[in-house]
Every structure is written in structure tokens, then in C-alpha cells.
Write a protein that binds this ligand. Structure first.
Ligand code: IYR
Length: 228
């Protein structure tokens, strides 16, 4: 038998014109989001991050097991440890350690317009790093055993909502995905059933922050949507 249900929350009563305007406003707001790779060291209140994570925690997810954990890093020592471990992986990825790059030539060519390399100073400069973990097991009680479902989908949606909430609070972000990322689990003291998915770097953009021309080109609606 199904458990108690509550009435669906009241949504705002809007005219079609108001709905269209709101959807447009959301698009106009979100199209100003770009990944940032140069951060100021300006502090940002913890409450901003707390509320953004609470917003992420409302994401739709498998069986409401909420299979995510956000480890929030702000101490200079931890940030330095994460930067050092991430840069060590990135040097192998880009071949800056003297060996053959782990990334294929095709991959490195795809990254060339963005101009990234193994150097990640922003992992120390930005006030907040949010390490996002996906819980393969645990259920809502986090017992470590109960099966979780649609884990990557759930945590991916939650991370998107986290980035959206941080952007709405006027912060710049970077989705950083060093690979492999096993070091994050150890540095954040997370259990084995959790898989590190990404680090979301958050703060204010540095004075020299830029957006590559490559990133501004978005596919048109006619390409990203079809109407059947
Ligand atoms: N993790 C690396 C490489 C990288 C990969 C992709 I796909 C990007 O869109 C950007 C970077 C780095 O952070 O440099």
C-alpha cells in the first residue's frame, strides 16, 4: 500500500504571456553562465554555499534515495592538497610529465580552443571547492548497503541545479573533472561506496578571467530540439 500523499504544492497562477516572459528571463539569466578558470580570492559567505547545496538536494532522483554527498572545502591546506593531487593527474593527462599524454590527440585538439593545461591555481584561489560524490549504495538512511538507482543521472541533475543556484547567487563556477579522481575520496574522508564525480569550484571571477570565443558559440534551437 502506498504511503500518505500530500496535495501538490501550489504553483504560481500565470497567464501564457507571463509564462513566456519567465521562461525567457530564465534563459537570459542562464546564458550568462560560463565556466570560469580565473578566480578572485574574495571570500563568499558559507550561507550562500549552504543554500545552493540545499537547492541541489531537491533534485529529482532515483527512489528519493538522494544518492549524493557534497564535501565542501575551504581550508587553505585542503585546497592545496587537492590542487597538488589534481595537477599531478592533469600532468599525466596533458603529457606534461614527459610521458605520452593519457589524453588522445583528438581530445587534446578538442581542448585547444579552451586553452587548458595542467596548471590549476584556481583550486587554491577560489574560496570554495565542492567535491560532489555519487553514492552507489546506501538508500535514504545511508546504511551503505541498500541499492541506489539512477545514481549518475540523479547526481548529474543535482550538480546542474547546484551550478544554477550558485550562478543565481552571483557566483562564477567551474566544473572540474580531473581523471582519475580517486584521490578526492581519500582527501575528503569519504567511504568506498561513493564515487567522486566532479569538483565544482565557486567564487568571484578574477580580474583576468576570460571566456573563450569557442564557448560562446551555442547550438541553435533548431539543432538541439525537434518537435514531433
Ligand atoms: N580535466 C582536464 C581536461 C578537460 C577536459 C574537458 I572534456 C574539458 O571540457 C576541460 C578540461 C582539465 O581540467 O584541464
Amino acid at each position: 500500500m502506498s504511503e500518505k500523499h500530500h496535495p501538490f504544492p501550489t504553483l504560481p497562477e500565470l497567464s501564457d504571456a507571463e509564462r513566456i516572459a519567465r521562461a525567457e528571463q530564465t534563459y537570459e539569466h542562464l546564458r550568462t553562465r560560463h565556466s570560469c578558470r580565473d578566480f578572485a580570492d574574495t571570500p563568499v559567505p558559507r550561507e550562500v554555499i549552504e543554500n545552493a547545496i540545499l537547492a541541489a538536494g531537491t533534485a529529482p532522483n532515483g527512489a528519493n534515495h538522494q544518492p549524493w554527498h557534497f564535501a565542501v572545502i575551504s581550508s587553505p591546506e585542503k585546497k592545496r592538497a587537492i590542487r597538488e593531487a589534481a595537477e599531478a593527474e592533469e600532468r599525466k593527462f596533458y603529457g606534461e610529465d614527459g610521458d605520452k599524454p593519457k589524453a588522445s590527440e583528438e581530445w587534446l585538439n578538442a581542448l585547444a580552443p579552451i586553452g587548458t593545461d595542467a596548471s590549476k591555481p584556481y583550486l587554491e584561489t577560489a574560496p570554495w571547492l565542492i567535491a560532489c560524490f555519487a553514492q552507489r549504495t546506501g538508500g535514504i538512511e545511508e546504511d551503505g548497503e541498500t541499492q541506489n538507482y539512477y545514481v549518475n543521472e540523479s547526481v548529474g541533475i543535482a550538480c546542474g541545479m547546484l551550478i544554477t543556484a550558485l550562478h543565481a547567487a552571483g557566483l562564477a563556477t567551474l566544473t572540474h573533472t580531473p581523471s582519475p579522481m580517486g584521490f578526492l575520496r581519500d582527501l575528503c574522508g569519504r567511504p568506498k561506496n561513493e564515487k567522486p564525480l566532479m569538483i565544482i569550484v565557486a567564487g568571484l571571477p578574477g580580474e583576468n578571467a576570460t571566456v573563450p570565443d569557442h564557448a560562446i558559440r551555442k547550438k541553435p534551437l533548431s539543432q538541439i530540439a525537434s518537435w514531433l
